[in-house]
Design a protein around this ligand. Structure first.
Ligand SMILES: Nc1nc2c(ncn2[C@@H]2O[C@H](COP(=O)(O)OP(=O)(O)OP(=O)(O)O)[C@@H](O)[C@H]2O)c(=O)[nH]1
Ligand SMILES: [Mg+2]
Length: 677
């Protein structure tokens, strides 16, 4: 007879993950802040040297609603990742140059000091953590108490900067605090000039992308209790089951049109189920958490923050959910099952079961959210062409309009209605520059929002020196960004006809486009002249598209569509059969690893504090064939066997004397344990 005995070292997932988190937190911060300060200082000096000492001159982008005025637009922190290159071109007076050098030197010295401090803190921190961990280990091993509530687990929402730090996030990855937290790694400086993700203020980066963490609630633990009542001798087991953990849902909120709320709230944790109680009382279910997203959000699984390879260029992950219609709701993660209390283990052979299960841990996942606005028509064009003006004239939307490029930083949506049932949603996008597909300007950040548009309005600035060239450049950018977008039907609207300059150039422009088989419209958005023709024409295109792609389903069907496939998949994976496992040996340590989702879940739910748990455990290992396979593979006396978080020691015991639970008279083989579910 062979058996595995428990060697008393419990690996709790919390204990293992804690040190890493703390280390990340401490190592990430100081160097980043110092480089940031340096960049800000340099920028300040640069602005001074230009004679402009404006306080609102970009850079500090916490509450951006618009970019800084034009003269500051060449500001490198906003426009390019090649910060140093451009800043060299700024001419400083000699005094200023000396000042800059001095300050940069001081900053470098400070940097070194900070790095040293950081190293010290890190070392100390590591020691501290491992010291605590060891203490924790001993405490857990020797504790015989029933699990206490973990307050942290009971929180439904956790968010805020502190939490982000606690989770060991790196700035600028999952969460975008503000433009201030831009990283300026050496590596990034070496990056291709064209790629300029870093120059985009946080509020824009977070408009349509977010990375969030979701965790379903853990199940509550079952308990061991016996009925004690007057005149009821041998009342029997009465320990109730734990409650189910809360679920995580994702719901489309029609009032949202960006993912900006996820800038600050990153962690979504459903509540854990309550533990069972005596008198057959089951625990209450954990509180569900609902993550609200904007219509048009695509949900993908993301790499864990801080994990290896995170941040690397990776192939697109499989889309988990695509949520388009307000009211759609998907069950993303089911809560963990509640552990059974001892009343559930009562059987004819075992009338006094001293066993109860832990609640099942709820699944957790990092998610990438991407928003592609659901608009019927997209307004594109060069900066300052009058796109926002057009939207403000044709709909009730009130976008910011101003006479400088890149007034619009984030897409604006407006609803245009002709009559009761002929309406369309129009999106005004930031202006496109030549080179936008390589990351110049802002428009490219948002071009993906036109992917779901059925038609486009291309606004051309008639007052531009050469409107034809401007038109060509924007068309080229669309084609380079995505041929699919370029193939969408579009209407050309030549704007600012009220200006003599534009009026004069119109015949020439029209001829050029006619030669290419395009019939352009002319208008003056400010005076509302010709805008109706433009919008009617684009509506005709839209109607044709709708007819060609008539959706068979009604809106009700779309909303009530069952989107619970992700939860079902997760459930299926977790409920893998217990006899599906693999065993391999670690050559270095000589330990045997038993890997299998079902078995690991079983180990996690086994509550070792109760007497019968070990018996049941041995029984399951025997029944599902782990012992037999280990023996066939040549396991020897004293070898370590690792299953999930549990480390065990193998005993070859012909007489069964080394079996730790044999002191109890009940034979494990004679007990019929309730089915594992
Ligand atoms: N004279 C004249 N000016 C116009 C007309 N349409 C827009 N403008 C002006 O052009 C400037 C830019 O207009 P916006 O609507 O902000 O241009 P935009 O294309 O949205 O610009 P960005 O958002 O920066 O890309 C503003 O000063 C408008 O008043 C027009 O028909 N005639
Ligand atoms: Mg605009």
């Amino acid at each position: 007879m062979a058996a595995i005995s428990i060697s008393c070292s419990f690996f709790t997932p919390q204990a293992l993950s804690r040190p890493n988190r703390t280390r990340n937190k401490i190592s990430a911060k100081p160097s980043k802040l110092s480089s940031l300060r340096k960049a800000n200082l340099q920028r300040e000096l640069e602005l001074k040297s230009r004679g402009g000492d404006r306080p609102d001159a970009g850079g500090e982008a916490t509450t951006y609603t618009r970019l800084p005025p034009r003269e500051d637009f060449s500001d490198v922190s906003l426009l390019s990742s090649s910060y140093l290159k451009l800043s060299e071109e700024v001419k400083l007076s000699e005094a200023n140059v000396a000042g800059v050098e001095e300050k940069v030197e001081t900053l470098e010295e400070n940097d070194e000091e900070e790095e040293e401090k950081e190293r010290e803190v890190k070392e100390y921190d590591d020691e501290d953590i491992w010291g605590n961990y060891r203490r924790l280990d001993v405490f857990e091993g020797s504790s015989g108490l029933i699990d206490e509530d973990d307050d942290e687990d009971d929180e439904v929402f956790e968010y805020g900067d502190e939490d982000v730090e606690r989770a060991g996030l790196k700035d600028g990855e999952a969460i975008c605090f503000s433009g201030e937290v831009e990283e300026e790694d050496e590596e990034d400086e070496e990056e291709e000039i064209g790629v300029k993700e870093k120059g985009v203020p946080a509020v824009m980066r977070c408009f349509d992308r977010a990375k969030i963490f979701v965790k379903a609630g853990d199940g509550g633990n079952g308990v061991v209790a016996f009925r004690r009542e007057k005149f009821v001798p041998f009342g029997g087991p009465s320990g109730g089951d734990g409650g189910r953990g809360g679920n995580v849902y994702v719901e489309v909120d029609g009032s949202m049109n960006s993912l900006l709320p996820f800038r600050k709230s990153v962690h979504f944790r459903a509540g854990r189920g309550e533990h069972g109680r005596g008198k057959m009382q089951s625990g209450a279910k954990g509180v569900d958490v609902v993550v609200k997203v904007a219509p048009g959000t695509v949900v993908r699984q993301a790499k864990e923050v801080g994990s290896e390879g995170e941040g690397e260029e990776e192939e697109e992950k499989e889309v988990l959910l695509e949520l388009l219609h307000p009211g759609q709701r998907a069950l993303l993660m089911p809560g963990g099952r509640g552990g059974r209390g001892n009343a559930s283990f009562k059987s004819g052979m075992n009338k006094v079961p001293r066993i109860a299960e832990n609640g099942e841990e709820g699944p957790e996942m990092w998610l990438d959210l991407e928003l592609k606005l659901v608009a019927d028509v997209g307004i594109v064009g060069a900066p300052n062409a009058g796109k926002s003006t057009l939207l403000s004239v044709i709909s009730a939307a009130q976008p910011t309009i101003a006479n400088y490029p890149f007034t619009t930083l984030l897409p604006n949506l407006g609803v245009v209605s002709f009559d009761y049932d002929s309406t369309m949603v129009v999106a005004d996008l930031p202006g496109l520059l030549e080179g936008a597909h390589r990351g110049f300007g802002l428009g490219h950040e948002f071009l993906r929002h036109t992917e779901r548009c059925s038609a486009l309005v291309h606004v051309v600035d008639g007052s531009a020196p050469q409107p034809e060239l401007e038109f060509e450049a924007v068309r080229l950018e669309l084609e380079l960004f995505s041929p699919e977008i370029a193939e969408k039907p579009y209407v050309v609207a030549y704007n600012k006809m009220d200006l003599p300059d534009a009026y004069e150039k119109w015949p020439m422009f029209r001829e050029t486009l006619r030669a290419r088989g395009i019939e352009p419209f002319c208008m003056s958005a400010v005076q509302r002249d010709g805008t109706h023709e433009v919008i009617s024409s684009v509506y005709e295109l839209l109607k044709k598209y709708r007819e060609a792609n008539a959706e068979p389903k009604g809106l009700y069907d779309q909303v009530s569509e069952n989107l619970d496939h992700v939860a079902k998949k997760i459930d299926k994976e977790r409920r893998a059969a217990i006899n599906e496992f693999e065993i391999f040996r670690d050559r270095g340590t000589g330990a045997w690893h038993v890997v299998g989702a079902g078995l690991q879940r079983f180990v996690q739910m086994t509550n070792w504090r109760y007497m019968d748990s070990d018996k049941r455990f041995q029984h399951v290992l025997e029944a599902c064939g782990v012992n037999k396979t280990l023996k066939n593979m040549g396991v020897k006396e004293g070898d370590n066997v690792i299953i999930g978080e549990m480390e065990l020691v193998w005993h070859d015991s012909a007489n069964g004397s080394s079996r730790p639970t044999n002191s109890n008279k009940t034979s494990t083989d004679s007990v019929r344990w309730p089915q594992w579910k």
